[in-house]
Design a protein around this ligand. Structure first.
Ligand SMILES: Nc1ncnc2c1ncn2[C@@H]1O[C@H](COP(=O)(O)OP(=O)(O)O)[C@@H](O)[C@H]1O
Ligand SMILES: [Mg+2]
Length: 349
């Protein structure tokens, strides 16, 4: 598959001199669903605006279909954007909101009718043509915004937290619908969210960002199972992160004990971050455990219990279908391949 969008060494300095992007390199494949994921303020929207052409990078290049497009104005890029605030035209009805981009291009009336019809079908709004957009629900307004962005048939759709204003149930439904639309039309979607679950469920590729830099690029399973550093591990799902060191290959020391692990290639006694997922910790009898702690809290989360266990020098979070009462001493155990060893990196946040 060919790259449809490539970003090379993008640097963005705003006028106050602050550097917001520190050299972004990213290849986006044709027909791919790519999500930029990271905490608020990490530079997701800035990156998207550079792809759209609303913002020129301080340095670095943007390629579209192999062609450098720095300086090409937004309306001449084969790209369209859907924003969180839908910015529909309040004085136009549903039909005319969707038709807007075609009218600007002086598209013949017959073709407008056909293409708006296709879009209404695509986003499930047939019968709503004459409605004022002010009388639609949030979810319906977002559908109009998506139809309006797609009617000109861009090759790439940029979506900036498009579901952020919807309640949880509607958001889940729209996630499924957006994915269907992307696959049906064989489009490239570049999606921005700070919601890790949304990113993992929708995307082919997740790009984890922090402080203006890309931390990791990978499939949802790669990102979840093999986070490259403590920031990614912590941001993608809850994790236990403790300081440790590697006495030798396949052996890690933390919480005052040594454990077999599957990692190698560290210098002797190198200090590392040790990451263990809450769902990978098994509760065993305290007598037979290397690691013990006192149960501090238990909360039922619907499918599992979430327990905080005080292990003296570290509090452990455990997700398990079994639980032990508050105040009891339990043992904790994990398999060698559930221990993830990460090189120490300069991480904040
Ligand atoms: N026009 C601007 N001038 C100065 N700083 C800006 C401007 N736009 C965004 N920023 C800053 O850039 C950083 C990244 O912003 P943004 O890309 O919107 O992050 P995100 O979308 O990941 O939340 C933030 O610290 C924000 O305050
Ligand atoms: Mg943003």
């Amino acid at each position: 598959m060919d790259n449809i969008v490539s970003l090379k060494n993008l640097v963005m300095n705003f006028e106050d001199g602050e550097q917001i992007l520190h050299g972004i390199n990213l290849d986006i494949k044709d027909k791919e669903f790519v999500t930029l994921l990271g905490p608020s303020g990490c530079g997701k929207t800035t990156t998207l605006r550079i792809i759209a052409g609303f913002l020129e990078p301080t340095s670095g290049d943007v390629f579209f279909d192999g062609r450098r497009i720095n300086g090409v104005p937004p309306h001449k890029r084969n790209v369209n954007t859907v924003f969180q605030r839908y910015a529909l035209f309040p004085h136009l009805n549903v039909y005319e909101n969707i038709a807007f981009g075609l009218r600007v291009k002086k598209t013949p009336e017959k073709e407008v009718v056909r293409r708006v019809g296709e879009m209404l079908e695509l986003v499930n709004l047939k019968g709503f043509e004459k409605r004022s957009v002010n009388h639609l629900s949030g979810g319906q307004q977002q559908r109009v915004a998506i139809a309006r962005a797609l009617v000109n048939r861009p090759k790439v759709l940029l979506l900036d937290e498009p579901l952020g204003a919807l309640d949880l149930k509607l958001r889940k439904e729209m996630q499924v619908e957006l994915r269907k639309i992307q696959q049906a039309l064989e489009l490239t979607f570049v999606y921005v969210t700070h919601d890790q679950e949304e990113a993992l469920t929708m995307s082919d590729t997740v790009v984890v960002m922090n402080n203006g830099s890309i931390q990791q690029i990978g499939s949802p399973t790669d990102i979840y199972n093999e986070p490259v550093n403590a920031f990614v591990a912590d941001f993608i799902g809850e994790s236990n992160i403790v300081n440790g060191c590697m006495p030798r290959d396949f052996l890690v020391e933390f919480a005052g004990k040594r454990f077999e692990c599957v990692d190698k290639g560290f210098s002797p006694n190198e200090t590392v971050d040790v990451v263990i997922r809450p769902e990978d910790i098994k509760i065993i009898p305290a007598e037979s455990a290397k690691l013990t702690g006192i149960v501090e809290s238990v909360v039922f989360k619907g499918v599992h219990y979430e327990m905080i266990v005080d292990g003296v020098d570290h509090k452990w979070m455990i997700h398990s279908t079994k639980h032990a009462p508050v105040g009891t001493m339990i043992g904790m155990n994990f398999d060698p391949d559930d221990i993830h060893i990460m090189k120490k990196t300069e991480v904040d946040g």
